[in-house]
Write a new protein. Structure first.
Length: 91
């Protein structure tokens, strides 16, 4: 998924792709699609209370591979801000 996000954001850059242009594109990215696997991501979103600054998505998804698919182990996600399982975020 990380490679997809990098490619998606880099594709918005006009001209040379370097650290400065990628950082600017990252700051301007909103609702980056994650193929319905995870909710859309906005890198510059404010960190939720209790989460380190710069971390805009506090959710950890635990999954296992079954045949050719990834399946969530629980119908909940681990929230780093609250250190608890919470319902899946709405996309």
């Amino acid at each position: 998924m990380t490679t997809h996000v990098i490619a998606e954001i880099a594709s918005t850059i006009k001209g040379k792709v370097d650290r400065a242009s990628f950082t600017a594109a990252l700051k301007n990215a909103h609702n980056v699609g994650l193929h319905g696997i995870f909710p859309p991501w906005t890198p510059s979103a404010k960190a939720p209370a209790g989460v380190a600054p710069g971390m805009s998505n506090p959710y950890v998804f635990f999954a296992e591979a079954k045949n050719t698919n990834f399946v969530l182990l629980k119908n909940e996600v681990w929230n780093l801000a609250t250190n608890t399982y919470v319902p899946l975020p709405k996309s």
